[in-house]
Design a protein. Structure first.
Lengths: 419, 145
């Protein structure tokens, strides 16, 4: 039995206690205790989330918003209760919280509704060089369909957005939308979304923020981000897969046409036309992910219990420690801002002479789970001039002992590959 | 001690044989392994239907680069139909180990581009030698790969 020497520091409970909440962390891989540092891909789930899903199916399973019986009322309450808690978690009102499958679907929802009506031939959509494919490909498709132009906001040497370049792009006057991430899933960069939104609005553009990486690790108050649309996903924030959120400003959501047509999203169906339900049901056609919503509600409760300020402080300190330990390894190059206060809780790196895929394989032998690859960010990889990077990304249950295990695994990889 | 990263494979990774460009060449092919971004191209000079000379070029993980280097000498002088019959077991033999499902495509990328250059195929080499495999076995195997 390994002694947990890590301390949670900023967190209200000890790290050992927090780790005990996550059943999967008890696993051993190759005979060694699992170190899970692939949280930017997906986080692990606390028992309370697993239990919320399980107890919904065991005790309350029914369809929502329809039948009159007790189970249906309970299921509806679970689903709408989750919506209210998620709304409170990000400082929004429940009518503006649309449940979707994931952040990708949230972004595509905006593409197929608002964007089709407001982006025309000759208009420009801006994305940034650091976007995940989920915030690039939908806009490529939209621009091809509408005859619009897609342009990139580029980065400086440390991986920050070039705001002068942004101004130059906005100055053309034909930008209708800027789609950008709040936190880069490769560089870790935390973007000044409120500042960017102010500039975009002054130029008459709307702002869509991909918050898939931000919501799990930063206190997010949607009113303060300046965003018009904001997308995030449950599975990266200790919740289940299959549920995500699109938030939009009420007046925009009100004027948008529906996305998918079907049950639940209508007010009245005539033979040849229909009218739409009020927000947010207008955008939630069909039976939704009820169990997953209950799970997401439990995830939000868990994070709120720790406090997002504490979560951020803990993960910032851990990232600073990782930057220090990994930065001391010869042949290792770290990407993104040098200062942990400017970045989210992840470190992407390469090691000269050892391909990221081989790094990940050797880390796995030491039971250290990291990601290697292009991280669904090929436009950024081209800019960095690397085919792939390795990435360690942290969550609430990670501690300095995990970074030490990672460091040891990287040193083992370097030893195996020699000079 | 380390089967995957033993000296034989690391040596081919660090000092790949038959690597570079080959000008002039008769056929060529380039492909990627989308999983980890391995890239591999090949230039082949033919003598009739035999490989007279070939050069790989690319970048990627140790397994993809070493496997291409290791098979490069073996491929010299082979006919197109001989290359067509090569499969997963050929790579396993040459590497001296069976690759795990997560690394199989790394190991097969070099053979894939050679078959692509000679046969115009865009399929991953199959894992069934000699006899004709049933369609569902091929599908299953490709899934596995």
């Amino acid at each position: 039995m390994e002694t947990v020497t890590a301390t949670a520091g900023s967190l209200p409970r000890g790290l050992a206690e927090i780790r005990a909440d996550f059943p999967v962390l008890a696993r051993r891989i190759n005979g060694k205790p699992l170190v899970y540092v692939d949280n930017a891909a997906t986080s692990q789930k606390p028992a309370s989330v697993i239990e919320a899903i399980s107890s919904y199916y065991r005790e309350s399973n029914a369809n929502i918003h329809r039948s009159m019986h007790a189970l249906a009322a309970e299921a509806t309450e679970l689903y709408e209760g989750a919506r209210s808690r998620v709304a409170a978690f990000v400082g929004a009102s429940p009518e503006e919280i649309v449940f979707v499958r994931n952040a990708t679907e949230a972004i595509n929802l905006v593409r197929f509704t608002w964007a089709r009506e407001h982006v025309d031939a000759g208009d420009t959509v801006l994305v940034t060089r650091m976007e995940h494919h989920s915030n690039v490909v939908p806009w490529q498709l939209l621009c091809a369909e509408q005859g619009a132009r897609l342009a990139y906001v580029e980065l400086d040497a440390e991986g920050r957005l070039d705001l002068d370049g942004l101004d130059a792009l906005l100055a053309t006057g034909d930008v209708k939308l800027i789609a950008l991430t709040q936190v880069s899933n490769v560089l870790g960069t935390i973007n000044p979304v409120a500042e960017i939104a102010a500039r975009a609005h002054a130029a008459g553009a709307k702002v869509l923020v991909d918050g898939a990486q931000a919501v799990p690790q930063l206190p997010v108050d949607l009113g303060q981000t300046g965003a018009d649309f904001y997308a995030f996903t449950g599975h990266k924030m200790l919740g289940p897969t299959g549920i995500g959120v699109l938030w939009g400003r009420r007046e925009l959501l009100e004027e948008m046409p529906p996305f998918l047509g079907g049950g639940s999203m209508i007010r009245m169906v005539a033979d040849d036309h229909s009218t739409w339900a009020a927000l947010p049901a207008k955008f939630e056609a069909g039976t939704p992910a009820i169990a997953e919503a209950a799970g997401l509600g439990a995830a939000v409760d868990y994070l709120s219990g720790l406090g997002m300020d504490s979560v951020r402080a803990h993960e910032r300190d851990l990232t600073a420690y990782a930057l220090e330990r990994l930065g001391a390894i010869d042949r290792l190059t770290i990407y993104g801002p040098e200062d942990a206060s400017e970045r989210g809780s992840l470190v992407s790196f390469t090691v000269a002479g050892v391909h990221p895929h081989d790094i990940a394989e050797i880390c796995n032998r030491e039971a250290v789970a990291i990601r290697a690859g292009h991280h669904c960010a090929q436009p950024l990889m081209r800019q960095l001039g690397v085919p792939a990077t390795a990435r360690a990304s942290f969550s609430v249950y990670n501690g300095r002992d995990d970074v030490d295990r990672l460091t040891a695994a990287l040193e083992a990889a370097i030893t195996i590959f020699g000079t | 001690m380390d089967e995957l990263y033993r000296e034989y494979i690391l040596d081919h990774y660090k000092n790949p044989r038959n690597f570079g460009e080959l000008e002039p060449h008769d056929v060529e092919c380039f492909d990627r392994n989308p999983l980890c971004g391995d890239e591999m191209g090949v230039h082949i000079k033919l003598d009739g239907d035999r490989i007279a000379d070939l050069r790989f070029h690319g970048q990627g993980c140790a397994i993809s680069q070493a496997a291409a280097s290791i098979i490069s000498d073996e491929l010299m002088g082979k006919t197109v139909s001989e290359v067509a019959s090569l499969d997963r077991s050929f790579i396993a033999e040459e590497l001296g180990l069976e690759l795990s499902p997560t690394r199989l495509k790394c190991g097969l990328l070099g053979l894939k581009v050679v078959q692509g250059a000679l046969l115009g195929t865009d399929e991953w080499p199959t894992g069934t030698p000699e006899d004709d495999p049933a369609a569902e076995d091929v599908a299953k195997l490709r899934n596995e790969i």
